[in-house]
Design a protein around this ligand. Structure first.
Ligand code: PDD
Length: 289
């Protein structure tokens, strides 16, 4: 029977009922994380859980657990559900209280749920994906991993309708990030990506990628770049927990570079795979198709 976590306890999923007046349900008043599981092990979980607690604190939700406590609970959940390759989704809402925009009284406690999903791992060298560009209409606190994702889902839907994998957002002609990913460009062997300001989510995959660049000797700049820079780039890379290191080979129907994944992207993909193996053990033979 599938298990999930409700408020720190592992329970049967079928027994769990959510309240109508949960502020997450009514206002999107909460924060979430998605953590990848490779070989039954959580990947970069400390970074994700630290960000979760930071996101919560930015909207004054007090998470009553330490990173270590949540990590231990998630490990138990992954083991109980026997997940080898997948993700764990978790969210904390401000809690259940009669509907009113202002915060409820401090005795209302957050509602915390987590559940797992099987997701195959298809190895390092993913083929290229297509993207569209779209105006970034979101609020100005995109650094918070909030449950409010309307701007993101409207952008992703436009991409889906165009037969594309991602929508690359821009504000005043400056590229910010994808609808559910960070975006980087490679120009003359150098990587450029939006700085970790309030206009983007500072992706964990983005942070791992920048560390990889340092290790590989690929120079990088956390600097804003324009739509024209994006279209003229030699390579474009999308990064996220679920997409990992994904080459973007066409944007708005136009090829990027040669139209094939570029050499720097391939190098970073290989190194990212090595990082997965360093944290979670050898995975090549267990790749799920
Ligand atoms: N999305 N930017 C946005 C807006 C995102 O939603 C995400 C992740 C990222 C990449 O962050 P990370 O590398 O930490 O996954 C950037 C997750 C996966 C999601 O919503 O499912």
């Amino acid at each position: 029977m599938e298990k999930m976590i409700l408020n720190g306890e592992i329970r049967n999923r079928s027994e769990i009922k959510m309240e109508l007046e949960d502020r997450g349900y009514q206002f999107g008043d909460g924060v979430y994380e998605v953590i990848r599981i490779y070989n039954g092990k959580l990947f970069t979980s400390e970074m994700h859980l630290t960000r979760l607690i930071e996101s919560a604190s930015k909207i004054s939700i007090n998470i009553p657990y330490t990173v270590g406590e949540i990590e231990a609970q998630l490990k138990d959940l992954v083991a109980e559900n026997e997940i080898t390759f997948g993700t764990v989704y978790m969210q904390f809402t401000r809690g259940v209280s009669p509907r009113n925009h202002a915060f409820p009284s401090t005795d209302v406690t957050p509602v915390y749920v987590a559940y797992t999903k099987e997701v195959p791992y298809n190895g390092a060298l993913k083929p290229g994906a297509k993207a569209i560009t779209i105006e970034d209409i979101r609020w100005l606190r995109c650094d918070i991993k909030s449950l409010n994702l309307l701007g993101n889902i409207l952008a992703k839907q436009k991409a889906a309708e165009a037969g594309c994998f991602e929508a690359i957002q821009h504000r005043d002609n400056m590229v910010t990030e994808g609808s559910s990913s960070n975006i980087s460009i490679i120009v003359n062997g150098e990587l450029k990506t939006h700085p970790a300001t309030n206009l983007i989510l500072n992706g964990i995959t983005r942070q791992v990628m920048l560390k990889i660049c340092k290790d590989l000797g690929v120079s990088y700049q956390e600097e804003v770049f324009t739509l024209e820079d994006l279209m003229a780039a030699d390579e474009v890379i999308m990064t996220s927990t679920t997409a990992e290191i994904m080459p973007i080979t066409a944007i708005d129907g136009q090829s990027i570079g040669s139209g094939e994944p570029g050499t720097v992207t391939r190098q970073i993909q290989q190194a990212f795979h090595a990082e997965i193996e360093r944290q979670c053990g050898h995975v090549i033979e267990s790749i799920v198709k």
